[in-house]
Design a binder for this molecule. Sequence first.
Ligand code: 9GP
Length: 839
Amino acid sequence: HNKETTDGSAAKVPAIAQPLAEKPSDIASNIAFHARYSPHFSPLKFDPEQAYYATADSVRDLLIHRWNETFLHFHKVDPKQTYYLSMEYLQGRALTNAIGNLGLSGAYADALKKLGYELEEIAEKEKDAALGNGGLGRLASCFLDSMATLNLPAWGYGLRYRYGLFKQLISKEGQEEVAEDWLEKFSPWEVVRHDVLYPVRFFGHVEVSPTGSRKWVGGEVIQALAYDVPIPGYNTKNTISLRLWEAKSSAKDFNLFEFNEGKYESASQLHSKAQQICAVLYPGDATEDGKILRLKQQFFLCSASLQDIIMRFKERREGNMAWNWSDFPSKVAVQLNDTHPTLAIPELMRLLMDGEELGWDEAWDVTTRTVAYTNHTVLPEALEKWPQAVMYKLLPRHMEIIEEIDKRFMAMIRSTFSSMESKLSDMQILDSSNPQKPVVRMANLCVVSSHKVNGVAELHSDILKADLFANYFSIWPAKFQNKTNGVTPRRWIKFCSPELSDIITKWLKTDGWITNLDLLSGLRQFADNDKLHAEWASAKMANKHRLAQYVLHVTGVSIDPNSLFDIQIKRIHEYKRQLLNILGTVYRYKKLKEMSIEERKKTTPRTVMLGGKAFATYTNAKRIVKLVNDVGSVVNNDPEINNYLKVIFIPNYNVSVAELLIPGSELSQHISTAGMEASGTSNMKFSLNGCLIIGTLDGANVEIRQEIGEDNFFLFGAKADEVAKLRKDRENGLFKPDPRFEEAKQFIRGGAFGSYDYSALLDSLEGNSGYGRADYFLVGYDFPSYIEAQSRVDEAYKDRKRWLKMSILSTAGSGKFSSDRTISQYANEIWGIKACPVP
Ligand code: 9GP
């Protein structure tokens, strides 16, 4: 292997004779080899868990081989490279995906059979890597898959959280959060790089030398240690890296003397401070200590990653005397995934000025040509604002730099765009309008310092230009772009729904659609074909059976695969309006109760499934989780209604659960208040899997509807540009609630679903909502059109042929929503990078 990859650096590594197994018999012996010689368990066992680890170890051999080749190839070619900085990655499980991307699913399944196992059985032993919250983190993971598949020179950087997203337990009280220990045993997918270690400083002060140069000194210094996760591309040798930083202290920080004196805590103070940094994803930030910890996490990611990027830039220029710092942006693109990694901006400035001795103008030129920013939300509470006092304390040099950026920005506006002077207070980075609590607006810092700013769906990008960033757009129109999100077709159909994928390949007579999703449009010509209908229906039914078994396993409730499977899975948030869904379901239940048996028999039986986690301190979201569960307990145990309606709360929703639910879905709900969901990505996964959408004109729904055709989308609700007026009308007492809406709420208030007092939740729809305005999310306004859209769903489902045609057309129209398309656009229109395939 060494021979193929030999260049200057590979020659230092001795050659090896171990074969890389790709045939079932070789794979089986390789797995057996790992079971014996990579002993993670006591030697006599070969139970499913041990089989999983041994299998993963054997896959890892293949990945490391390709990974080294990719790294060396990039090193030799030295292309411009993208670095994706994200506080979140929702990787899920890796085994099935890695085997699939390597094209070895069949070979591994056969090999495991020889050893007495089914691939699916052992794959279930893997814990989800849930280093993220929701859509933003899963998008980052889909992007990595596409970057590798497209052979792009690109890496991800993130944090190696000890505990990722919490595990959700459901009891009578509702949701309970417990720490999810994804590293309980260990992860076979990460490789610690003991030689990749950078110091990251916090606190301290700025020292000024007699020549006026400034240096940040003192404070505490924590080490960032790299853990690399290989990301294999599909059907290519290219295997890229997700580099996750872990915080640690060094031996010199351990005070042996104090320890021996019995002062155990102070002896290892820095050790425990280091451990706090990567302990959990999004630690609570209500207190000042919480804020400092969050900022520490963000800065830790930015500083370690930039030191690493600069090191690599210099390493690749070793021996070349002619390079210049102004070359940096032609070799490096840094993408900020939301505002969480904003500190990369002042940190790059600091490293260039204080470390490499560039002047302000040169450092600013390099920084602004390197960094680009993606906005993922317009929700005010998600646009980060950090107290200036906290920033001064933790990052004194960075605050100096931010102040200087702000000062120069204001001077530029006054001199070049004097008509914007009145807007300056909104555009400024430092907001001192409340002298008690001056803050740094991270989004403004991003917009001012990035060469490109993009939203994640057309509607969202338009809102950024017209509203959130309108002032900036008026001075820098060329800075703003749209990059509609996408999802990887490998994980989200090929591997999670092999039956449907085989049918698509058979009818299109090619599997080229897996990397060129636009080819799915070729299914349109067969949308009325009875034979395809029969195959399509049978694949869906197989997936529904698999899902029904899972539901029985995790909830104890048996559901009927002949009923319409209606699913809403996403983080629980008032703007996502799970409450609208459950109120609609309550209304349906009440109407069923009022019907005669004969009438009931004419209805469309439904299984309504909801899943998602509520942020631990988000009270109304937790009440919604409880309400869904309470409704389920009553409905599912009502013998009259049982055959016509079931309501299921799927506990502990995560990536692996989504891989089961989405292929088995027939209707999915994407019903956010228009203008509030930036994009959504599960909507794309559902329609790709032939599931129909009931939804509002929000986020990427708008484009999905365009692509699959208006007739194949159950639309309802207010439009984004009507929302502001509707809220005003409501404040002015002009809103008249629909009697059906009142009926549903009254039914709950009357105790139909138990004795828990839901008035605080329901009151948010009438009076004092958390936002200080009544029914801010317009549940009441949209309720009647939602109920009517649901009736159209019921009717459509009764017509099997029509429904199947719509389902096929959904898949056929999903070509645009591949993350391969999204990433190609980022590569061409923002990063300026080109494919660099390993020969
Ligand atoms: O809420 C958005 C979601 O609509 C979008 O699909 C996702 C990926 O772009 O980002 C989410 N935003 C966040 O999680 C926080 O900004």
